[in-house]
Write a new protein. Sequence first.
Lengths: 658, 550, 101
Amino acid sequence: MSGLLLAVWLLPFAGALAIWALGPQLRRGAGWIGSATVLLAFVLTLVQWGAATASGGAHRALVTWIPGFTLGLLLDPLSLLWSLIITGVGGLILVYSIGYMWSDRAIARFFAYMNFFVFAMLTLVLSDNLVGLLVGWGLVGLASYFLIGFWFDRPSAVEAARKAFVINVVGDVGIMFAVFALYKATGSITFAGIFSQRDALSGGLLFMICGALFVGCAAKSAQVPLQTWLPDAMEGPTPVSALIHAATMVTAGVYLIARFAPLWNASPPARELVGVVGAVTALLGAILGIAQWDIKRILAYSTMSQIGYMIMGVGIGAYQAGVLHFFTHAFFKAGLFLTAGLLIHELHDEQDVRKMGGLSRRMPFAFYAMLAGTLAIIGFPGFSGYFSKDAVVYAMLEHGQPALYAVGALTAAITAYYMFRMLFLTFFGPYRGELEDAELGILPDRRAHRDEHMPPVHPAELTRPAVPVHGHAPAWLMNLPVAILALFAVIAGYVAIGGATSPWWRFFGGLFGAAPAVAASTVAFSESLSTLLVSALVAIGIIVAFVRYGSPAAQLASVERIRAESLGRPAIFAHAFYFDDAIDALVVRPARSVGTFIARFVDPHVLDGGVRDVAWGAGALGVIFRALQTGLVRSYALTILVGTACFIAYFALIGSAR
Amino acid sequence: MIFALIIAPIVAGVLLVLVPRSAEAFAKWFGVALATIVFIIVALEPHASDESLRWLSRPFVANFHVGLGGIGYWIVLLLALSTACALAVTRVPRQRDFVAQMLVLLGAMTGLFVARDLLLFALFWDLMLIPVFLTLIAWSPTRSTATAWRYLVYNLVGGLALLLATAAYGVVQGTTDVLAANPSMLAPISPAWAFWIFLGFAFAFLIKTPVWPLHTWMPLTYADLPAPMVAVVSAVQSKAGLYGFIVVTSVLLPGPMHGAAPAMFVLGLIALVYGALAALVQDDAKRVVAYSSLSHLGLIVLAIFSFNPIALGGAVVYIVAHGLFSAGLFIVLGEVERREDTRLLSRLGGLGARNPKLAGGLTILALATLGLPGLCGFAGEILILTGVYRAGFVWPAVVALIPIIIAAAYMLRVLQGLMNGPEVADVPQRRDMTPLEMLALAPLVIAIVLLGVNPGPVAASSRALTSAATALANVQTQSQSGIAYCKQALLDQRRNAMERAQRYLASLPRDVNGRPIVPTAQPATIGSVQEPSCLRYPDVMAAAVKATAK
Amino acid sequence: MSVDVTNYIALSAVMFFIGVAGVIVRRNPLIVLMAIELMFNAANLALVAFARVWVNNAGHIFVFLVVTVAAAEAAIGLAIVVAVFRRAENVDVDEVAGLHG
């Protein structure tokens, strides 16, 4: 059985190696190998369902670094869930990518990276210990770096990749701290070992460890203030955004907190901190989502906002609800991104919603898929997001955080607004693709690089028969995955019908332990009332969006409205609340200035100068002593005489006295 | 066999002058073959027994004692591997002579890391400077000898301190053949002597590593040396000091070693942060790597002076890891420089599109350098920091995390600056790495991955040492400290001398006053059967004379 | 008949200081060399005298050594003087100061 576990883990890696080794010869075949290995891993994971949900899960030891540092694999309900999403949704996205990357010259490189990512993500979730998790944590960051910078001749992509990587290293470092703090306190790095010794942790130390782990979560899951890399990460190809920056990698923070539920249960201040950060992120992401024009950036901010919900949920102690939101989000957000990819593909790399419009007639399938995803993400009753988001928001009340509840409910309204804004702008009204940029108020700055986009070329790729650049993939290749994801975006939430007695709750059993909740009697109002309230807020959001963008009158005046909004966008939105500028001014610039000071002044002048001063001192002494070297033999003789006389005098007078 | 590992490369290097100057390819492949053979022999003989020849018996015992085990085993493997890889990509003017220098360097450094005698250690310490110095003179890109002299003077000053410390240790201990000895069998050294001896060793080791603020020879040397040699020097020669701290001072002089720990911690931390910040703004890619070495080696200093077994295991892992990735980085940067005739980040860019293999190689090496989890740099870092933290140094461990973030920034700056972005027009674009060059880099990359996946065996090589050092420290603390022990020994010696003096005086003829007639012409008694060793203590003698007279 | 050793020592000292004075005061290299020879012989006299007092042959052996070295030294010294004389007509030890710092 444990061999099967090993196979699940290594299959995508084998796929990546095969693609990398055979690379350019494979061309589109790389996509088939990549998808096949990942989907096979999905099947093998499903086969192990029974073993994983049995008590203790499936386990396999790998290596021992030093006594206490033992690395192994573990498949329990939590990692089973994540593995299924990674391989299942990942496999669908890979199939879609074959169509999306159909005419890209570097298609083999793309699939090598994607398979490597799946392997890295599996390493993360299948590890039975914190170091293995950290290895996966770093490797997914690396895969993300490669894929953000996939078009590595674009300076903006290169910069975005570097930013994502460096911020992720901040997170890695946080987890490293947790590793050695936990190892010192518990003598183990395996989850089982840590949790069995968790009584050794308490108070300040526990909070410090949870805080360090949360630094990792914040960096990986784009939580305030480490969120700035996520919108820039949209420089990567769209399937990458769907897989890495929506469905799986960015939710690793949720996984980590759920995994360390026993520690979180024991630390109320950590729960409070994480809940607040999650709520702030949810709200901030939603607000920024309002003001974006790039379809992928809208979705990126919505991802950030939704992950804020998940973090809020698991952070506060409502693990089942938070993880449920991850589960439904994986489907609807991947579906949304892939649908956006359909649009971008159709419109020849156009990502600006201002240049879209009226696409519902041209692309009805995309419209319905997008509609399903949108209704799911805003929590429209009956769709999957409805179940998960309501559960998360209501959990705030159950855990005694009415303020967070209010933020969650408000964010739900804003989410409804900006998602419907996107939907109306893309699929309704006139098609604006033929209009001049100036008419729509599009400023030229940020678009400059995109027009000259050319995929990079290997010499080897030049010499072999060119891939027909304008050929089209069969339509089903891209539509089928979108359809499946849209279907699950509708139905995925049904597993949680029935609250604590639903299959979802029973699936996890006692894995998370019990987070302290307030007594039911002190909760302000019931769950059904809360549902009604949130739904009403969502309805308000939809109505506002309809009035501003969707009504027949608004559709007629859309060009003027868009121009006015583009030109009148407040600077605070354009700078995304100045987080980038603040990090630049507080961290990056000071570090560079100190470095320059060291390299230009301290090293050559102070330190090396000190050494040169010693050399100069030796020279100066030489100048003094050379004066004694007169060249006069008779003066030397006199010196010898005087010296001898001194010796004799010493031994005659003082030496004898002893 | 171990002697052959030292002598064969040196002799081969010297004999290379016999082949014609034009036989460049022969010289190169001969060097590669020799280094590979050394690697294979060492790899196959992890349990080779020690070999020893008599050397000196006065003023202290010294032997040509060599052994292949523990930490040295891995470093010699690293040395042979990096030399073979570096030689395989060598393409320099006057190649035959350059290969000769590399071979001498190989032999000298092998000698250093297998030496089990302090004096032999000191001998190879200075010997390994010579090929680097000559190379700096003869292959300097700037035709200036300033860097060469700076290198030599810095390191010779350190070497002199090392020699003095070795001599002092030999005189005090009576032998320098101590690196393989059981430390608990060695006589404790009085704290005053131990302090000065440690100072000498530490000075040499700090310069060689180098540790801030004695590092200013290093960026210049690394920038001026040809790529194959700088690969070996940064991979292995810079480890000599750290190796010395681990196997020499921490075993032989645990007292002052512990005393110096706070200062060394400060120096290590400064080096860590200082090197990282300086690396962030360099324009010369080789200098970025040079300053990053300063930073990384500072981490190892922290590990050594935390006296924690986990950290020490991590230090050994990181020593090998740093050797692997810095050798690889310098080789790749050499390749870039040979293709583009420059290594300034401001002038390079976009090489990845036409040189995907080169880009791939640099990517893995850069990732290992910046401590990507899963590669060897991370394994070393996490073990070191876990140990340092476990030893109770919480804040140093936290501060040491910051350079890891900076490392990501500067290594990506190098990687992306060279490989990504639009192609820069004004540098020549030549062909990608040949299969041969890839073959030269492959062993390093494979080793990086293997060590990153399982650093266990390398980490374990320090375990014997830790227990030995702990044993000695225990002996010293438990026997009411070394100084009391020494005082007691001196007193015993004086008491013996007194007794012998009285016996001696009793055997002498008496004068009219009944006092013994002590011959004033002492040379007459030298060599006599009844050598009066008591004469070495004049005050004892006087006391004995007085006592006899009564 | 024996002469007290102090007489030898006194003579030796007088000879030695005459030699010292010669080296310091005179500027002709030939005279300087002769003064050095005088100092050697003063030392030889003292060695022989002490050897006799202590009944130890070491002093005699040293004297032979000194005489030999003195001969060699005189030969080399004269050769140098001749060489210098060839270069500079005027021979004065103060003029030959090419090694001053």
